[in-house]
Structures are given as structure tokens and as C-alpha cells.
Design a protein around this ligand. Sequence first.
Ligand SMILES: NC(=O)c1ccc[n+]([C@@H]2O[C@H](COP(=O)([O-])OP(=O)(O)OC[C@H]3O[C@@H](n4cnc5c(N)ncnc54)[C@H](OP(=O)(O)O)[C@@H]3O)[C@@H](O)[C@H]2O)c1
Length: 210
Amino acid sequence: MRIGLIGAGHIGSTLAYLCAEAGDEVAIANRHGPDTLRDLELDLGRHVHAATPDEAARFGEIVVLAVPFGQYRDLPAAELNGKTVIDASNYYPQRDGRFAELEDGHVTSSELVQWELPGAHVVKAFNAMRWDHLRSYGHSAGANRRYGIPVSADDSDAKWKVFDLVEQLGFEPVDAGGLADGGRKHQPGTPVYTADLWAEDLRERIGVDA
Ligand SMILES: NC(=O)c1ccc[n+]([C@@H]2O[C@H](COP(=O)([O-])OP(=O)(O)OC[C@H]3O[C@@H](n4cnc5c(N)ncnc54)[C@H](OP(=O)(O)O)[C@@H]3O)[C@@H](O)[C@H]2O)c1
């Protein structure tokens, strides 16, 4: 599969590494331009190439947003039309600035991303596990027990595509619901956030039937 990554920091470079290991082709972008990503490109090998955000968005069958949430209005919306877009970002007011609509709890950060990208199918995933754990926990648990990754989306086809990707990376997807109800269950401050749970425990904690 072709994966576009917008954001090349802790979480973006980790997902690039995992996807390349799994046999995907990856385009990865940051804010400062492809020339600043040449070392990362070399480290990650021939399945990963540096790109601009527009190029990464066009390249990916699935595109991952791995930027600070506060940047969500600075995304290539036109290039993301029709794409499955994974929102791995989290809202941290001390980093992102205060968003009144999030402070009063009426909407989730991934709903704001979806509204900003009306032509894309936004799926919230990979936001709730630390990058270094994500990098090493995927295939560590054995065939019968895997760590769970909560996934929320309003579009079921996009959600299934992301389920497949989560599986490919060695984790078990756990359906948390839509962007509004599900997104609330795995954002910062919730009991599952960075809790590193086995899939069955994650299901129980967020109230999903097996
Ligand atoms: N760190 C974790 O363990 C973790 C785990 C799950 C989810 N998350 C979430 O994932 C997001 C990224 O976190 P991180 O720790 O990976 O951050 P990070 O290490 O600071 O990396 C952020 C990346 O985003 C890029 N970026 C910023 N604004 C951009 C823009 N407008 N267009 C394109 N690229 C842009 C940066 O590019 P430049 O370097 O060129 O500025 C950098 O490559 C956050 O929302 C975070 O809450 C983090």
C-alpha cells in the first residue's frame, strides 16, 4: 500500500518505519521541506522517500496526519479529497493554543479535522500510544495476544482500511465508534490514553463488545 505521512517527528517517523517494515511504500513530509529529511530517508531505507505535504497527500492511499493538532488548518485539503486520512494528533492546549470549542467539550479534535477536510474520510487512530511503544510493541505480544489500538471514524470503508493497516503493523484494532463518541474515548485524559492495553482490556475499558 502507499502511505503518505504529514509530520516526520516522533510519531510520523515511527509510523514510516513500521509501514516500510511491513512492505508499504511511504512518502513522508514535514514543514521545513524534503531536503531536511534526507538523513531520515537514508535511515529508513528505499521504501521511504521525502516529500512535500502536498506530494505526500497525493501519494498516499492512506494519509496520516502526525503534526501538532494546532496545525490542522494548515493541511493540503484539496489533495486530501477522497482519501482515508488518519488523524494521529492530540489536542494539548499548552502546545496548540486554546480552542474554545474543544474546551467546552462539544466537539472532538478529530471532528474539527474532519470539518477542515470535508472531502476526506477522517479516522482517529495511533493517537493513544507513545511513539517508542508503538515502535516496539507491534509484534511483541505473540499470535494470541496483541496490544489494542482504538480506532474511531464516521466512514465505515475508511475505518476498515485503517483496521487492515493496524493489523499489518502487528496490533489489534478496537472499534471505538464515530469521531464524536469514539474520539472522546481515546483522547488525552481518558483511561485508555497511553495505557498500553491488550485488545481485550481496551475493549472492556472503552465499553465495546467483543
Ligand atoms: N510523541 C508521541 O508519542 C505521540 C504519540 C501519539 C500521537 N502523538 C501526536 O502526534 C502529533 C505529532 O507528535 P510528535 O511527537 O510526532 O511531534 P514532533 O516530534 O514535534 O513532530 C511534529 C512534526 O510535524 C511537522 N509539522 C508541523 N507543522 C506542520 C505543517 N503545518 N505541515 C507539515 N508538517 C508539519 C514537523 O515538521 P518540522 O520538523 O519541519 O517543523 C514535525 O516533523 C501530535 O499531535 C501528538 O500529540 C504523539
